[in-house]
Design a protein around this ligand. Sequence first.
Ligand SMILES: Nc1ncnc2c1ncn2[C@@H]1O[C@H](COP(=O)(O)OS(=O)(=O)O)[C@@H](OP(=O)(O)O)[C@H]1O
Ligand SMILES: [Mg+2]
Ligand SMILES: [Mg+2]
Ligand SMILES: [Mg+2]
Length: 402
Amino acid sequence: MPLESRNNFFYKILLPLLILTLAFFLSPSSSRLNLILSHLTPQTTTVKMSSSPYAKELLIAQLSIQRASILTKRVFQESSKGTISKSDASPVTIGDFGAQALIISALKHNFPSDQIVAEEEASTLRNDPLLSSKIWDLVKSTSLSSSPEAESLLGGQIPSESKMLDLIDSGNSSGGRTGRIWTIDPIDGTKGFLRGGQYAVCLALLEDGDVKVGAIACPNLPVDDSAPLTADIGDGEGRGVIFSAVKGQGATSRPLTTGDLAEGKQISMKPITEMSAASFCESVEAGHSNQSESARIAEKLGITRPSVRMDSQAKYGSIARGAGDIYLRLPTSKTYQEKIWDHAGGDLIVREAGGEVTDTKGNRLDFGVGRTLASNSGVIAAPKAVHAQVLDVVQEVLGLKN
Ligand SMILES: Nc1ncnc2c1ncn2[C@@H]1O[C@H](COP(=O)(O)OS(=O)(=O)O)[C@@H](OP(=O)(O)O)[C@H]1O
Ligand SMILES: [Mg+2]
Ligand SMILES: [Mg+2]
Ligand SMILES: [Mg+2]
């Protein structure tokens, strides 16, 4: 070997190898492991888990709603969404069933003894093999392709179509005030989803009736927290956000990505300095919230802008990040009971962002009485500093003052 090549071999290959080997054996065992992992499996450094309380629950919640949102976005691109009408005449699609199967699968893998209260159930699918197999195809082929580590954290693939149906049905807990209960709305605002408007994939963890973790993916909301509150629709560039919160740890937003989870940013509600400039949001469906009463309330408060009507818990996320200010949901009937999966995540996210959430009687939402908010009536969410003022006007307009 010529002298120049021999020198090259020594300085460029042998010497660095010697130094690395020495450093390896002199380092403490934990950093030695990190060194091995960082070289052999760079993906393992991509899923970060803090040591704060509920860190694992939060991570699994975020990853599972991310994966479920990828499925719903795929369904939205398809011409046939397999929409059927439920017994209450509300729509459900293959996206709702598929997203619920994926989320429950991840929860069962990580927290096998927790209970689950989820919106959908599989009885219709058991009588409709064609629809069931459509959902199975979708579920099988949806994964976080660029992050195998996340996929394995979520428990990987569901083994069979019949297991998928069983998973969908295992969201049938009756809820209650004891123990750990996850609540899932696989697509909140299904009507919004179908029309290309706002919808949300929602998950929350209750412990003894108290919301500890909330995570909401809104595939069609702008990523930009400071984008104005509008009811515009679409799922193009710059859209898709995950809101999340852990009790006592604040609320965050992050872009909804297809690979690794993006970094989160702390969010907070906007202080209202002038009520006349406040913006409020409510349901699109007039049957879900009394819109003529909310218009009278807004007028009495001096709010001059028309309400922004958007579907789903995107309303909670939007006010939590200060894009909007107030969310009003006023009962349209004495008999309808709000469902816990329509509110649990949003309730925590708004409160952790500096807001207050009560019903029209001024009581906190009680998630410990079963699958519904049976002891509540309507929802008023607003920044803490003005909540009492808003509640006062709501009660005046609804005739709830004695
Ligand atoms: N009568 C009545 N009153 C109040 N709420 C009702 C009612 N009927 C249904 N629902 C629930 O409303 C959920 C969607 O409502 P949103 O306000 O989020 O969106 S919408 O603008 O009304 O579509 C919707 O959630 P999804 O079914 O997950 O879409 C329902 O759980
Ligand atoms: Mg529904
Ligand atoms: Mg819902
Ligand atoms: Mg739903």
